[in-house]
Design a binder for this molecule. Sequence first.
Ligand SMILES: Nc1ncnc2c1ncn2[C@@H]1O[C@H](COP(=O)(O)OP(=O)(O)OP(=O)(O)O)[C@@H](O)[C@H]1O
Ligand SMILES: O=P(O)(O)OC[C@H]1O[C@H](OP(=O)(O)OP(=O)(O)O)[C@H](O)[C@@H]1O
Ligand SMILES: [Mg+2]
Length: 286
Amino acid sequence: MTSALRIALQKSGRLSEDSYQLFKECGIRFDYGTGKLRSVSSNFPAEFLFLRDDDIPGYVEDGVADLGIVGENVSVETGRSVSTIHKLGFSKCRLSIAIPRGTDWSGIHDLTGKSIATSYPTLLGNYLKDKGVSADIHEISGSVEIAPGIGLAEAVCDIVSSGSTLLSNGLQEVETIFRSEAILIANPELTADKQTLVDKLLFRIKAVQAAKNNKYIVLNAPNHAIGQITSLLPGMRSPTVTPLATEGWSSVHSVLNENEFWENIEAIRAAGAEGILVIPIEKMIY
Ligand SMILES: Nc1ncnc2c1ncn2[C@@H]1O[C@H](COP(=O)(O)OP(=O)(O)OP(=O)(O)O)[C@@H](O)[C@H]1O
Ligand SMILES: O=P(O)(O)OC[C@H]1O[C@H](OP(=O)(O)OP(=O)(O)O)[C@H](O)[C@@H]1O
Ligand SMILES: [Mg+2]
């Protein structure tokens, strides 16, 4: 009998909701919340563990969990031997150095001899070493942005997304040292049975991601414009073109990457398209 995949997810934090949502969209059901620390899926051979994110790479390296979702920042910082098997596109953020607003800044060498508070001593240490800067790294586990204001350090190196935490703590971002998003990590020595389950899961994840990045387009156009319009809407194999009840007109159905849609919409309209509908896709399998 194939044993279930053990998947470690962040219990509660910036990764949790999107991680739970991803499995839901993959049709994998399990209970979470209400203080539960583990849960068995009712319709996929998987057991979920709900943990602090920092512990996830270690659990995956040790084989206590087969898979985990963490920020790339945490995976690299912990330096555990795990395989990154897929980028998930959520919890996008950057690890940046920030200094008190109004302080002069001419470059990273300004930090020579200064103290920098961070929860990411390895990533920061490697970056400074690479730049030939010698500074004092002061490791703290949270509320890093408070450090300069209370005289603990002269700069910080922490996660930035909107920048509002830096702003409200009187700091300015001066150097980005790492860009991160959520990733799916795996134990590098999975059994063949477990690898088969991982492949099944990855197939679903890719179908969900492709659907998110694409839209189903329906529009009407005069027949003379169909050639030009279909060249702008190549679709998965080719667009569907069907006649309308009105003589000389057709309906075009296609699938298009959302970014390409916005880039091409003017040209599609200029070619004569009208009544354009843009419809979300739930799953997309190539
Ligand atoms: N503001 C943000 N916007 C987007 N992604 C973020 C943001 N802050 C953190 N992240 C990403 O989400 C991950 C988890 O962040 P979170 O703040 O929930 O961690 P935590 O407080 O250490 O959680 P835990 O209690 O599980 O240890 C980070 O490692 C980073 O990859
Ligand atoms: O640039 P912003 O959009 O303000 O986001 C950055 C903040 O988000 C994260 O903290 P979070 O709010 O997750 O709290 P925590 O560090 O206490 O977990 C991170 O540690 C920063 O403090
Ligand atoms: Mg943490």
